[in-house]
Design a protein around this ligand. Structure first.
Ligand SMILES: [Zn+2]
Length: 312
């Protein structure tokens, strides 16, 4: 993947990637299709291997974060293995269907808590698998008290999607930052489809302001620690400096010299692709030893950072 450089412009990409490094593979997923991890004090993490989340068992019912589509009714099976308590509360981290698309499977009409911006997006989605929240808040903070347990919900800004929340279990020292970054792996496509790169970058610092030992990030199968946030911060800082260098290295007129002047869209595309290819080439290759999927998502992530450098 590192052979694109100079004036040569590739419009197709071979789907051949480096093997996933051992540190990024994560635990084996049992044949049940899910793995439950005891995070202490009645809090449990659950993963399908591709998507993960958590639930909190209290004296008066279970509080669930999200209802990932990829887990489906296996999430109910996971909860049923550790408690006979019903699910009384469901918190939406944000509106996306990959995290909320099986919310209709919970029996007994639990209270559904979300930021009002998430509620607005779900009204537009009009999806029977994603019931509308029954309790919304409009500010920055909301405390959810259930059965003597406490979750602190914070809407810190649009690092991923309007209404996205940090969910903190302060007594458990666990923080869920769904679709913020990926533990042991590079962020998926375009920094997880961030709505705004500067907010994305800032959010990694906001995460580190919380007291936590374990972090739940929404995708892949591993739960993280504060140092995993630091690694992603360094990765994004390197994306920025590579993008800045590439913008200085690539001469616009040279990059577009083979594109007819009247085809302005093609010129823009060829120029930005050349900047992205150049930035990807100068990213330190040692990242392949620190983040799984480094090569898979490098150009997507460089692209969103270059556009942010041009426009933000
Ligand atoms: Zn999402």
């Amino acid at each position: 993947m590192g052979n694109s450089s100079g004036a040569e412009v590739h419009f197709t990409q071979k789907a051949s990637f480096a093997p996933l490094p051992d540190f990024a593979i994560g635990p084996d997923i049992p044949s049940s299709g899910y793995l439950t991890t005891d995070l202490g004090g009645g809090l449990y993490g659950v993963t399908s291997g591709l998507v993960n989340t958590m639930f909190l068992v209290t004296k008066r019912g279970v509080v669930v974060l999200d209802a990932p589509r990829d887990l489906g009714d296996r999430f109910l099976a996971a909860i049923g293995e550790v408690t006979t308590q019903p699910v009384t509360h469901l918190v939406y981290s944000h509106a996306h269907a990959d995290h909320t698309g099986s919310a209709d499977l919970f029996p007994g009409s639990p209270t559904v808590v979300a930021h009002e911006l998430t509620g607005n997006l779900l009204k537009m989605a009009n999806d029977p698998h994603r019931p509308l929240p029954t309790e919304t808040f409009s500010g920055r903070h909301h405390t959810l008290n259930v059965g003597g347990e406490r979750l602190e919900l914070e809407y810190p800004g649009d690092f991923h999607q309007p209404g996205n929340l940090f969910v903190h279990a302060p007594d458990h020292r666990v923080l869920a930052v769904i679709d913020s970054f990926t533990v042991k792996s590079a962020p998926f496509f375009r920094l997880l489809f961030t709505a705004h790169v500067p907010t994305y970058v800032a959010s990694l610092n906001w995460i580190l302001d919380y007291p936590f030992d374990t972090i739940v990030t929404g995708h892949m199968s591993q739960f993280g620690k504060p140092e995993d946030v630091e690694i992603t911060k360094q990765y994004v800082a390197d994306l920025h400096s590579s993008g800045q260098k590439a913008l200085k290295m690539v001469d616009y007129n040279d990059a577009v010299r083979h594109v007819p002047a009247e085809n302005r869209q093609a010129r823009l595309k060829v120029y930005v692709d050349t900047v992205v290819d150049t930035a990807a080439d100068i990213m330190p290759k040692s990242w392949a030893d620190r983040l799984g999927g480094f090569d898979i998502f490098l150009k997507d992530n460089v692209n969103v950072v270059v556009w942010s450098l041009l426009n933000d």
